[in-house]
Design a protein around this ligand. Structure first.
Ligand code: FES
Length: 204
């Protein structure tokens, strides 16, 4: 994403229904070419919670209403980036086709993952993937690379030592990374609002 594609960051206050009715400050970076297609503009933007929320490790809310098919947003939570991607039917179908190339296609080796990460699509809703943008080798941030080529079905490529992950964050065989990318705890507040940091089924 070129820097001139970023229009502006704008701070807004979003109420989060946590029982204590916390208020998080979220800033939004909007990409100028929204709607141009995910190959050209894979990132819709990012949300940055307030310093206070970051320091407290508070849950962070993300608005996914404007996320188009194939696009991604990043949200900062507990010092790490969380990436949310909207996947089309074609992407979801390919998740089954490449399983033999993956180290742990059903996340059966995972020990600290939410229950909803232990399936083929690794998410609560198949359409939306929520992942820590954090490589399980040495913690670099894998690059979202959705473009499909003859030898690549889309996914994430780590710039540090080349680990490759599919469009569900599942690591390919024989990579430096020992396990799949991590799914953080999250839940849907509404169809278009995701709360990161609180598990599904736990009162927010
Ligand atoms: S940190 Fe990602 S491959 Fe090493």
């Amino acid at each position: 994403m070129s820097s001139d594609a970023v229009v502006k960051s704008e701070a807004v206050n979003e109420p989060v229904n946590t029982g204590r009715r916390r208020f998080l400050t979220i800033s939004t970076a909007v990409v100028g070419a929204i709607g141009a297609g995910y190959v050209a503009v894979p990132f819709l933007g990012s949300w940055m919670p307030s310093k206070k929320a970051l320091a407290a490790g508070a849950p962070v809310e993300a608005d996914i209403a404007k996320l188009e098919m194939g696009q991604a947003i990043k949200v900062e939570w507990r010092g790490k980036s969380v990436i949310i991607i909207r996947r089309g039917e074609d992407v979801i179908a390919r998740l089954a086709e490449i399983e033999e190339k993956l180290h742990d296609p059903k996340s059966e080796l995972e020990t600290q993952q939410p229950e909803y990460a232990l399936n083929q699509h690794r998410s609560i809703k198949k359409e939306y993937l929520v992942l820590l943008s954090w490589c399980t080798h040495l913690g670099c941030s894998p690059t979202y690379t959705p473009e499909v080529r003859a030898d690549w079905q889309g996914g994430f490529i780590c710039p540090c030592h080349g680990s490759k992950f599919d469009m569900a964050g599942r690591v390919y065989k024989s990579m430096p990374a020992p396990s799949n990318m991590i799914v953080p705890p999250y839940q849907y507040l509404t169809d278009t609002r995701v709360l990161i940091g609180v598990d599904q089924g736990v009162e927010a």
